[in-house]
Every structure is written in structure tokens, then in C-alpha cells.
Design a protein around this ligand. Structure first.
Ligand code: F0G
Length: 353
């Protein structure tokens, strides 16, 4: 068996990247499409989870980052910058390390999960915390890239979407066609735009026979694509999607419109419940934001929507280990009982004896 080569080498002929580009890769992509018996049973559909936690830094961002960092290196850049709610910065820091570039990260004060922060720090990023939210950070990152010798690798850099669209290719390759529906969390809106690009490209090439309906889910406290207005003070426990003014707003709206899809909001309670259920029923531990697509499916079912007989792909975008603090918040007792080092004592405590 050959090793998976990473998304640039696997799909190079389908990506709009410079000729002869040397890939900076950690062998991202090739992530599992896991069948959800739980959600398939609930819906009467075949529901598949695209588990993006299985990327090198634990989120889907690596797909776009291999492309963005490869191009930055190709163009002779020395330093790269991004604004981030955590995952982009973790990914950028790792790929910059691999490429020998200097990573500069702008994050919103106090709103980054500890695991993501650890990744950026340990990979050697310089971290600037901004008194403001992600949208402020992105404005600053754009300003820095405009006025100083540092390359912007947020998804406003179109190269990122070239890498990210490979997730649709993988789904079609695995299923043998595009799904009927694709559900996913939406924050800065690059990912839904990239998926749609990928699905359109595959269908245009005749590698799939249909286009999925795209449904994007935002947190209630950060749902500009649902209300049609920016959120000046976005707020949600799903910090990864705490974005008030998505950079890819227009592309995301096009994806929803052209696919006859839509955006909807889910509450933090729905997101956290979906995260817990996914972990307990499917064995898939994702971070809160990553559960927004599943929360959306459950909310739609409750509202009478039917997916029966269809194929549904849901992207779960990042790993649960990135934010253990939020995951454990609802548990009052993490350890059920403490006993002496003794079989009988453990059996009694476990209710076995
Ligand atoms: N899920 C996770 C885990 C994310 O980290 C993000 C975005 C999204 C979903 C939404 O994807 O922005 O393409 O709509 N995180 C960005 C970051 C904002 O900085 O890591 P999107």
C-alpha cells in the first residue's frame, strides 16, 4: 500500500496552483468518512461524517494551509500572518515550521481554546492577542500584509480554498458520487465556499452526477449569514465560529443560493448537546463548533424536515481535544468514585458485586 501523499500531490491536476509548485505537506487530507449508525437511524438517510480531526493539526484547516504555505514559500516570502479563532493559527504555525517561515498569529483576547493556543506556541508562532474579536484580528492581518513584508494566509487568500476544496473530491471519490446534502458549520465562510467549488468542479468534469444541497449552520450568537447583518459582538461557546462578519460572505451566499441550500442558526445548548451525543453514540469527539452541522441536522429533524432515503455528508471540522475545558463544563463529577487499589472495592463501586 502506498502512503497518502497529501492533498496537493493527490489532486494536483485539479488545483489552480503555480506550475511546478513544491508541496509543503504533513500528508493532510485523506480523512475518514465515518458512517453514523445513530444519525442514519434517526433520519432514514445514509449519514456520513467527514472527520476532519484526522488532519495533522486536528482540523480541516490543514488542507488549505498546505497550499497557502507552499505558495508563500514558492514566492520567496519569509513570514506569514493570520487572524484566527485558533485552528487556522495552529495549522499555520505547523506548516510554517515545516517550511522554515516565520509565523505571526493574531487572536482575539481570551477566546481561544487552550489546545489550539498550545499548538501555536509549541510550533513557534509569535502570538499577538488583540483586544477585540476575530473580525478585528482579520482587519489587522490584512493591514499588516498590505503594508509589511508578511504574507496573509487566511482564507481570503484564494490559494487556501484550492486546498480546502479537496474535501469534496474525497467525499465523491469515496461515495462514488456527490451526496444529496452536505451540512457543515460556518464561521468565516471559507469552507462552505471551498466545498461548493469542489463539488461544482467534480460535476463539471463528469466525476459526479449531481450537486449536493449545501446547508450551513452558525451559532445563534454569531449568525450573520442567517440574519443578513454583521454581528458587531459575536458570542458563542463554539469559539471557533465566533465570527461576526465573514470574509467569504458573498461566496457562501452563492453556494447556498446555487445549491438551493440555506443557512440556519443553532443555539450553544444544541451545539453542546450534539457534541456530547456524537461522542457517546458514534465515538467521534469533536470540538463544539465542529458539532454545529450535526446540531443543525437534529434541529431540522425536530422541525419536521425529512432526509429519508437520501445520502447526507456532514463535516465535523476539528478535534475535541482542542477544547477540553468546554467539553467538560457540563460534567460536575469527572471521576465517579475513588477506591482503594482492590478488585472487590472497584467491583462494589461499579455496582458489579
Ligand atoms: N469549525 C472549526 C473547528 C473552525 O475552526 C472553523 C473556523 C469553522 C468550523 C468554520 O469554518 O471559517 O471556513 O466557515 N475557524 C477559523 C479559524 C475562523 O481561525 O480557525 P469557516
Amino acid at each position: 500500500r502506498r502512503q497518502w501523499l497529501g492533498v496537493i500531490e493527490e489532486y494536483r491536476d485539479l488545483l489552480d496552483l503555480p506550475e511546478g509548485l513544491q508541496a509543503v505537506t504533513l500528508r493532510e487530507g485523506g480523512t475518514p468518512l465515518v458512517h453514523s449508525e445513530w444519525l442514519s437511524g434517526l433520519t432514514g438517510a445514509e449519514v456520513w461524517l467527514k472527520v476532519e480531526a484526522n488532519n495533522p493539526t486536528g482540523s480541516f484547516k490543514d488542507r488549505g494551509m498546505t497550499a497557502a504555505i507552499s505558495v508563500a514559500k514558492h514566492e520567496g516570502d519569509q513570514a506569514v500572518v493570520c487572524a484566527s479563532t485558533g485552528n487556522t493559527s495552529a495549522s499555520m504555525a505547523a506548516y510554517a515550521a515545516k517550511a522554515g517561515l516565520k509565523p505571526l498569529v493574531l487572536i482575539p483576547e481570551g477566546k481561544i481554546a487552550a489546545g489550539k493556543m498550545a499548538q501555536a506556541v509549541v510550533h513557534g508562532a509569535q502570538i499577538i492577542m488583540v483586544r477585540g474579536n476575530f473580525d478585528h484580528c482579520l482587519d489587522i492581518a490584512r493591514g499588516l500584509a498590505r503594508d509589511y513584508p508578511v504574507a496573509l494566509v487566511n482564507s481570503v487568500n484564494p490559494v487556501r480554498l484550492q486546498g480546502q476544496k479537496t474535501a469534496s473530491f474525497e467525499i465523491c471519490d469515496f461515495l462514488g458520487d456527490a451526496p444529496d446534502y452536505h451540512l457543515l458549520p460556518v464561521g468565516n465562510a471559507g469552507n462552505i465556499a471551498a466545498y461548493w467549488m469542489g463539488y461544482q468542479q467534480y460535476s463539471g468534469l463528469g466525476r459526479s452526477s449531481r450537486l449536493p444541497v449545501m446547508r450551513g449552520f452558525q451559532a445563534e450568537g454569531a449568525a450573520p449569514l442567517v440574519t443578513g447583518e454583521p454581528f458587531p459582538d459575536p458570542e458563542t461557546k463554539a469559539t471557533a465560529i465566533r465570527v461576526g462578519n465573514p470574509a467569504s460572505w458573498h461566496l457562501a451566499e452563492m453556494a447556498a443560493k446555487e445549491s438551493e441550500g440555506r443557512f440556519a442558526a443553532v443555539s450553544d445548548a444544541q451545539i453542546l448537546a450534539a457534541q456530547a451525543e456524537l461522542a457517546r453514540r458514534d465515538g467521534v469527539f469533536v470540538e463544539p463548533a465542529s458539532a454545529a452541522g450535526v446540531a443543525g441536522l437534529l434541529a431540522e429533524l425536530a422541525a419536521g424536515e425529512s432526509y429519508a432515503g437520501r445520502t447526507v455528508a456532514i463535516t465535523v471540522t476539528g478535534h475535541g481535544l482542542k477544547d477540553t475545558a468546554t467539553a467538560l463544563e457540563s460534567f460536575t463529577d469527572i471521576v465517579d468514585t475513588v477506591v482503594d487499589a482492590d478488585v472487590e472495592a472497584a467491583a462494589a463501586a461499579a455496582g458489579l458485586a
